[in-house]
Structures are given as C-alpha cells and as structure tokens.
Design a protein around this ligand. Sequence first.
Ligand code: THU
Length: 129
Amino acid sequence: MTEKELCQKAMDMLARSYSPYSHFAVGAALECEDGTVFTGCNIENAAFSPTVCAERTAIFKAVSEGYTKFRRIAIAGSSEDFCVPCGVCRQVIREFAPELEIICLNNKGEAKHFTLPQLLPHGFGGEFL
Ligand code: THU
C-alpha cells in the first residue's frame, strides 16, 4: 500500500469516531510488516477515563488478531494541527514497535513524519525488566 493510501484509510476513519464529548475526531491506520492494515478511531465514554484513542484501537485490534509486527501508522486529526500521538499511545507503540514510523496528518491531509524514538526518547520497554 502506498503512503497516500494508508493516510486515506486513516482519514476515512474520522467518520467512525465516537467523540460526542470532545468533538475531536481521530482516525488511524496501522500497517503490519506483512502489509495487512488495521484501522481505528477514538471511542469516548461519559466517564471520560475509559476513552480509547484511535491509535490504540488500531493496535489492539491488530494484536488481538495475532499481528504484533508493525511498519508504520498514519494518524488523522480533525483540526489544523498535526495529530501527534498522546503519551499513553507512544508507550503502547513502544511495546510492539520501538522504531515505528509515525505519519501525523492535519485536516487538510498534510503530513509530518516522525519515528517513535523522536517522540518517545529513552522509552521504557520489556528489556528493562
Ligand atoms: N485522541 C486520539 O484518539 N489520539 C491521540 O493521539 C490524541 C487524542 C483522542 C482522545 C479523545 O477522544 C480526543 O482525541 C480528545 O483528546
């Protein structure tokens, strides 16, 4: 899949966002090493803390289907800012893909590229335990 196609999948997921409280829709598309793509959206909750981000939805869908090796993730935001992953999502990415390529999109479909080490330097992982 091309980067453009992956980004389009993330943007398509904005329509699935369940975000009645923040009104901040997020979509994600996670590409596995074998090319399989899992998508996700943010899913909010009236109690707030059970809310799950789009990135974690996509990652947990993948892991629950037996996929744990990832190549890149596209994250689509619904504002003019590039949607960077929150700290919790960075840590979840660190668990499975310490070198992951992260493509952050704004609502114009413009992209900024990062790697996880850029967004989470000195991250904590299983090798410390
Ligand atoms: N959100 C994501 O889905 N991903 C991020 O990385 C940033 C935040 C969601 C969570 C919540 O539903 C809304 O955006 C506002 O924080």
